[in-house]
Design a protein around this ligand. Sequence first.
Ligand code: TRP
Ligand code: SF4
Length: 333
Amino acid sequence: MKERIVSGMRPTGKLHLGHYLGVIQNWVELQHKYESFFFVADWHALTTKYDKTENLKNDVIDVAIDWLASGIDPEISTIYVQSLVPEIAELNIYLGMVTPQNWVERDPTLKDMAKILRSKEGQNSQISYGLMGYPVLMSADIMMMNATHVPVGIDQVAHIEITRDIARRFNNLYKEEFFNEPKPILNHCSLICGLDGNKMGKSFQNDIKISDTEEITAKKIMTAITDRSRLRKTDLGHPDECEVAFKYWQIFGNEEQIAQIRCECEKGERGCADCKRQLGAVINERFAEIREKRRYYESHIDEVKDILNDGSKRARVEAQKVLNEVKRLVRMY
Ligand code: TRP
Ligand code: SF4
């Protein structure tokens, strides 16, 4: 039997290259090795944005389109929407009962989320009961499919630790080795920073979207930070201090290109504007096929909705099997 992975993303709207390189690319490879379940975590979006739901539906579809365009194959993987699998909410209740409160209170990722929320909304912003339950709901997502592995970014590993603890505790309490203790799969790709050198993020306006046109991508790349000490094209450059542009070259260029750029930059034979123009072209080439596929799905939204509905139906079949076992083990009526 193939091992199983589950992973999800909150519907934050159109995804950027950080999502692509950090997560999606990894999923695309893993789907051939594992039985794969990928879902849009729309309930998790509500943990912090319950009061901003006007774009939620569209955001779910946008995320799904980016996945499909990037090569998540609905024939191989099950792609679904969290809220279309109500069994997850039911499992969340059982898991919540057996989870000690201090396990969620000391979750570092949750503490960070709470901090960000407070800095955005002011001191008196309240943390909801739902947000406190974030790691339990996430455990329900994962355990719903009784996954063996969870491919995530490093920031999510603390949550997965709680999932493992909950799985172990459930098995101990109800005296059966029913749930797997899922292991995180970290991807080894280097993190891509934003155009300004900070973490790439939608809210920092320093991102390049998968869905950006070639023109917009090229324009954005021209704003990427370079070697700040360099004023003229003939000044000797320092690629290792070229904060963003050279880092992007190291991600998107081939070895030969990288070596050539380093050499020309150091000798003062390469201007930053030309260098970034060329970089933009390389990135556009890399995403050309994905963007073309994206345009296809954008004009076939009904097809995307069908994929999500079918996937959710398939996910429910698996979810019901697990839920029946859970109810049997807990000895529910
Ligand atoms: N918390 C994850 C994130 O913010 C999204 C998520 C929700 C998830 N449920 C999950 C990821 C289950 C993996 C497995 O990126
Ligand atoms: Fe960076 Fe290229 Fe300018 Fe060198 S020439 S500093 S690598 S942008």
